[in-house]
Design a protein around this ligand. Structure first.
Ligand code: GAP
Length: 448
């Protein structure tokens, strides 16, 4: 039987936004002042998960490889960088205003270019104007054109401008890569869909410099490699796809791009772009700076401008996708009571889960608490561990399920005698007894 295509679930969107707020993953920014459109703050759980996503990326792109090194370049940069990169001229979106309701839209994102989606007015749009998405500000006390600087709209350019610095200090040779994680800023006309498209966001980008005749092969390699990264961290392959861009979609620098797409609640949309950028970037920066940006191969005596293959992902967008992919609701026997109840569970990969393990004394009791705190202190140096002793144990299990904690440790009155605890699995709800002295090793085996 042919497999049916998965269908997007629109109801998932509100569930994730609500859970994010209710449990402390993501809050609307400046909420006490009425919020600030399209900016978000990562709460106690969100900051842990976002960091885990970035660490997982760094681990696979830098730590586990000997051909990629890291960088952390400045966010502020002079206009010369953006002149050379083409962003001052090309990094624009077509903007239209509705003459009737005064709302602004990106022309290319309108479902019907004749009807205003806000007020329904027909053919009320102004002529499209090209709107540059970069945030401009001023360095120093004088706000004149000589002091103009830009907040970077992508992390990529820092890796091109540092190409020679990295090449000479790291002693790498093509094929090799430079990886960077950091904030980027785009004055998006229509920020939307929670943290999917925001004006301030985090990227995880890698520029892979290769001999020109190897670019096509490495482009294929990185498409496969990046697809696998999402699948290995728990997104079902049925909700992932690689989509090559049509020629009219390509960015100004790209000779080929494929997106890794995820089935979001509103349909398929981009998680990451893998682009074959050719020698565009190094050539542009060489011309504009007057510096040679080349590689000299001493063995062959050959000098060339490496080509670049770039996997460019979004850390904040990807974190939301992992949340959406992990969300599950199921009917279960209530633990201890045997009655049917609905359980919400985030089946997050242990590497991404904010907390790896929770320590839950059976009840708030003066004999149990010291024992439970001893268990907490044994676990804390090794894993992000949560401690919770209020409310009935069943409700505390549900809370840990809902925030994706893979394991819960229950300290009960027997623990005082046998020096063992009950270890509960988030996904199966199976429970087993583990000696406290073996707990760190058992937890490590289960959550890595
Ligand atoms: N250096 C190439 C580059 O920046 P991009 O496709 O514009 O390519 C890469 O961005 C990734 O950054 C996107 O796939 C997305 O995950 C993330 N991203 C881009 N704009 C974003 C925004 N406004 N809000 C959140 N994430 C964004």
């Amino acid at each position: 039987m042919p497999q049916e295509d998965p269908v997007a679930d629109p109801s998932l969107f509100d569930k994730i936004v609500n859970l994010s707020k209710r449990r402390g993953f993501v809050f609307p920014s400046a909420e006490i002042y009425g919020g600030f459109r399209s900016t978000y703050d990562y709460g106690p759980l969100g900051v842990l998960m976002l960091r885990n996503v970035k660490n997982a990326w760094w681990r696979s792109m830098v730590q586990l490889r000997d051909d990629i090194v890291g960088l952390d370049a400045a966010i502020l940069s002079p206009p010369a960088v953006w002149e050379a990169s083409g962003h001052l001229t090309n990094f624009t979106d077509p903007l239209v205003d509705c003459r009737s309701c005064q709302e602004r839209f990106r022309l290319d994102k309108l479902e019907d270019q004749h009807i205003c989606p806000n007020c329904g007015a027909k053919d009320a749009f102004t002529e499209a104007r090209q709107f540059n998405l970069m945030f401009k500000t001023f360095a120093g006390p004088v706000a004149d054109s000589a002091a103009e600087v830009y907040l970077r709209p992508e992390t990529a350019q820092g890796m091109f401008t540092n190409f020679m610095n990295v090449l000479t200090t790291s002693r790498k040779k093509p094929p090799f890569g430079i990886a960077q994680i950091g904030k980027s800023f785009r004055n998006e006309i229509t920020p939307q869909n929670f943290v999917f498209r925001t004006r301030e966001f985090e990227q995880m980008e890698m520029e892979y410099f290769v001999p020109p005749d190897e670019a096509a092969r490495w482009y294929e390699y990185w498409c496969q490699e990046r697809f696998r990264w999402y699948a290995d961290l728990g997104i079902p392959e049925s909700k992932l796809r690689l989509r090559p861009h049509d020629p009219d979609e390509l960015s100004h620098y790209s000779s080929g791009t494929s997106d890794v797409e995820f089935l979001f609640p509103w349909g398929w949309d981009e998680l990451e772009g893998i682009a074959n950028r050719g020698d565009y970037d190094l050539t542009q920066h060489a011309q504009h700076s007057g510096e040679k940006l080349e590689y000299f191969d001493q063995a062959s005596g050959e000098r060339y401008v490496p080509h670049v293959v770039e996997p460019a992902a979004g850390a904040t967008r990807t974190t939301m996708a992992f949340l959406m992919a992990a969300y599950d609701e199921e009917e279960v026997e209530r633990e201890g009571a045997g009655k049917g109840e609905k359980r919400t569970v985030l089946r997050l990969h242990p590497q991404l889960a904010p907390y790896k393990v929770a320590v839950l004394p059976l009840s708030k009791n003066e004999k149990l608490s010291p024992k439970a705190r001893d268990v907490l202190h044994r676990l804390q140096p090794h894993f992000m561990t949560e401690y919770d002793e209020t409310q009935a144990i069943g409700r505390r299990y549900r809370r840990q399920d809902e925030i994706g904690t893979p394991l819960a440790v229950t300290v009960d009155f027997e623990s005082l005698d046998d020096n063992a605890v009950t270890l509960r699995d988030r996904d199966t709800m199976d429970q087993s007894r583990v000696p406290i002295d073996e707990l760190v090793d058992v937890v490590r085996e289960r959550v890595g």
